[in-house]
Design a protein around this ligand. Sequence first.
Ligand code: F6R
Length: 609
Amino acid sequence: MCGIIGYLGPRLAIPVLLEGLYAQEYRGYDSAGVATLEEGRLNVYKATGKIAELDKKINRQYGSATVGIGHTRWATHGKPSDINCHPHMDCHKHIALVHNGIIENYQELKGRLQQQGHRFLSDTDTEVLPHLLEESYQGDLLAAMQETCRQVKGFYAMLAICQSEPRRIVAARLDNPLIIGLGQGEYFFASDMAALIDYTREMIILQNGDIADVSDTGIVIYNQGQKVERSVKHIDWDKEAAKKGGYPHFMLKEIHEQPKVLAQTMNGRLKEDCQNIDLSELNLQKQDLEKVNQIAIVACGTAYHAGLIGKSIIEKLLRLPVMVELASEFIHKDPLIDERTLAIVISQSGETMDTLAALRVFRERGARVLAICNVVDSTIAREADQVFYTMAGPEIAVASTKAYSSQLMLLYMLTFHLAQILQRQNQQQLNAWFAAMYQLPQFAETLLAENEQTIQALAKTISSWEDAFFIGRGLDYAVAQEGALKLKEISYIHAEAYAAGELKHGTIALITDKVPVIALATQDSLLKMMVSNIVELKTRGAYVIALTKGNVPEVDQVVDAVIHLPETDELLTPVLSVIPLQLLAYYAALYRDCEIDQPRNLAKSVTVP
Ligand code: F6R
């Protein structure tokens, strides 16, 4: 949430800042601004709306500044407006600052600063920061930042520049991500590595409590007043991975990347002979696992939906109780967790504040934490005992697609691995699942190739709906929840997922003529009951689109439309059944002319609670 960018070097700063903001626009897009230092003067440009508005306002008048900072905002305190937009400044417009995070004690600080005569212009929590810097500034921006960090409570990633020190950027980080990219005599700052990959692959990931002092003479990093060394990481992402690659939207590109991502996620872990799974990276030992009496999965949003699948498959294969909780709820409970709990936290970004807070609760209570993350070296990845990377590559669209399917793959592999170590399933059955899993990338490819046109046509119908129900039983119900979320968040069609067996306990009252229902019927063992549910809905006039595995005449004959998935083991169908739902949401949003990659009010990577 919110993206920050900074540059110090020989290039013109504004084009670098704008490009970095465009690359991070998915982190927030309600207003944007930049500040540069030029001939001892601070220049600030701000615009409400998307980065294109800021770009228009700047109108290629880049000046000659080679140092600057920028910000794209997702509003927390204070509505989107030029006044509330970052960078914020002190009273004398001497210091400019951009911030991602929340300053929890800002009211108290603001009151005190106002009493001391500071004048505030915005409704934001951030504005206390440049005033605090001003208050303690005595010719050294680093010292002022150290003092400011001592006074604030909350979390932040921030960059500050000062008119009196025109070749210096001071950066500070606590619980929000901040990366420094190293070029030849130049430094780049961003919330996300993907924004820097065009300039450099050598990056320092600041750690909690770090304050970095960056100037033409180099970088010095402090933590709690002491100089610290941070390693430089070489990031070997494919540059094109963070580009649209000819697709109109990142979301469509990421949906289409799924066959490749599924294969990448298995690569090196599931051997070609499908006889074994190698997860030695997790270092899970039989004697430790035998002590585990429950598994607890915590995540938010789409990652939580992956967790629901995790619960079903782990309980089925391991016969171990699994709790799955939304991180935002879990952290307010007094959860029944101890050192016999194996915790799994799932997060694409590895920065989601509530998931991070849950991870810390687990650790406090002695549980071992395994993180499933996509972003390498993210905070969650670093704080967990073990990390299991999804290998999905950068996910840029706000609506998560390929991260979800790769999270599922890891949950399957983990479950099979645990079942193998604990000898809870016979090897023959495991080998059959390995073989079926190995085919999934090919099946996903076929599914996309054979169904996209049909799905696009169905999405045209869906695009005129204002409500939709997604129903399913067992694993299908968990996928239905993800399908409903996708449709809601990008097409703004109201969608609800129901366990098909629950309809008769209330919700069926809403089913009248032409009420749209998307029915998942991919579970062989539950098919009979799903067919009855579908028939009950059709009897009441619903318009039903079904998802089945191959041809199922008893479904095909009664529904209005059907999407056939390739035939795979019912345990694994979620990896495939989610794909048509993602495409339905995508095309419905397209027909409704929605901002697909940047849906309203949302942002990727929710770094505030
Ligand atoms: C929905 C979506 C969100 C995220 C959620 C968790 O499409 O992307 O629901 O899944 O915000 O984010 P991560 O996985 O980064 O923790």
